[in-house]
Design a protein around this ligand. Structure first.
Ligand SMILES: *Cc1c(COP(=O)(O)O)cnc(C)c1O
Length: 377
């Protein structure tokens, strides 16, 4: 079989192509009407008051930290198991990332968070890992500083029937529109918030720090800059794609959950595999479908075996503090033992809208076959 089955991939249809073409034929290539429309539709979708679009999820995390006032001497708590950007954003602000261990679902362990909160803790970034929502209410009850939800995996997820991104128990929520995420704009990101001050500050920082509202009347040409910002804008044609993608989100989630349900059914009785189940209050939007095997030796063999069969499984993630850069900063192995054990046994299986039933059966049969063969060894 020559067909390649990735762990994730974008879904682009003719409506998306039409939307982008129309935007390209309009008067606006970058900031124009589609940006505002995308932001409004997005905020509406997740039930937040405001949304601000950015050039990437990473840019959004950076400005969320700046807006929180994060600076040298401050600490930012995040999960050991997340993408690099959730911690790098602390370093961008010369603050210190503090890593907490995880629970059985791979989510930030709130007990460990409580132990690591101190007077230097300015920001906490929980991650809705794989699309599984963290108990954000409990986190809020234990921390009165700034909470920034990293929801790059969790567009479409619900906690107690509330949409992730509504910021009921947080100050800001971050989304990414990288092609592997639920909806894509090529590169892109979004912050949702219910706080008007935060909303306005984010818009200024996204555009070099220029505040058009503070223009002196006598100098209508002015671009007054009171603080140092960046160019983190998202283009109009990317926002046109975002709007078109957002229209399909509900279908994307439906198909992801159907695929996950099939994996659950097929793998739950396999003694070699541990699956991650939802709790009744959680509605996982399944950016990832992660399984755990017995140990890292078996994981490596399974990884190589599936890759050899053109099934491009991945591992999400190595604990960030084990990265060479972080080790050089002085972070030590053993900091979060549960995260290290989780990482050693972890594998992300293919889950994306165009994964056909036939392809998923192929993946499942290869996994089952791998373990059957090992039993006969
Ligand atoms: C993808 C991702 C990001 C970064 O998003 P980009 O748009 O790629 O910059 C941040 N955090 C998590 C958890 C992610 O998965």
């Amino acid at each position: 079989m020559d067909k390649i089955i990735p762990y994730q991939r974008q879904f682009i249809d003719e409506d998306d192509i039409k939307a982008v073409s129309e935007a390209l034929r309009s008067d606006f290539l970058t900031t124009g009407p589609k940006v505002k429309e995308f932001e409004e539709k997005f905020a509406n979708h997740v039930n937040s008051k405001y949304a601000v679009a950015f050039s990437s999820g990473t840019a959004a995390l950076h400005l969320a930290c700046l807006t929180a006032g994060l600076k040298q001497g401050d600490e930012l708590i995040t999960s050991a198991i997340t993408f690099l950007a959730s911690a790098n954003c602390a370093l961008y602000c010369n603050a210190k990332p503090v890593f907490v261990d995880i629970d059985l679902q791979g989510l930030m362990d709130i007990e460990d968070v409580k132990e690591k909160i101190n007077e230097k803790t300015k920001v906490i970034i929980p991650i809705h890992y794989g699309g599984m929502p963290v108990n954000i209410k409990e986190l809020r009850e234990n921390f009165s500083g700034i909470i920034v939800e990293d929801s790059c995996h969790a567009l479409g997820a619900l906690y107690n029937k509330d949409k992730v991104g509504n910021c009921k128990y947080s100050d800001m929520t971050i989304f990414s529109f990288h092609p592997v995420k639920h909806i894509t704009t090529g590169e892109g990101g979004m912050i949702t918030t219910n706080n008007k001050e935060i909303y306005e500050k984010l818009k200024v920082l996204r555009n070099h720090g220029i505040d058009h509202d503070k223009k002196p009347e006598q100098e209508p040409w002015a671009t007054p800059m009171y603080e140092l910002g960046f160019n983190y804008r998202l283009t109009d044609f990317q926002c046109a794609l975002g709007i078109s993608q957002l229209n399909k989100l509900d279908n994307f989630i439906k198909s992801a959950r159907k695929i996950a349900e099939k994996y659950n059914q097929e793998l739950k009785n396999n003694l070699n595999i541990k699956i991650i189940k939802e709790k009744p209050e959680q509605f996982n939007s399944y950016h990832l479908y992660s399984i755990l095997v017995k140990n890292k030796e078996i994981r490596l063999k399974l990884y190589n075996y599936l890759r050899k069969n053109n099934i491009l499984v991945q591992v999400h993630y190595q604990p960030i503090y084990l990265q060479p850069y972080y080790k050089n900063l002085g972070y030590k192995e053993g900091t979060c033992p549960k995260a290290e054990d989780f990482y050693n046994r972890l594998l992300s299986l293919p889950i994306y809208p165009q994964l056909s039933e036939q392809d998923q059966n192929f993946v499942i049969n290869k996994i089952k076959g791998f373990f059957e063969k090992r039993e006969n060894e």
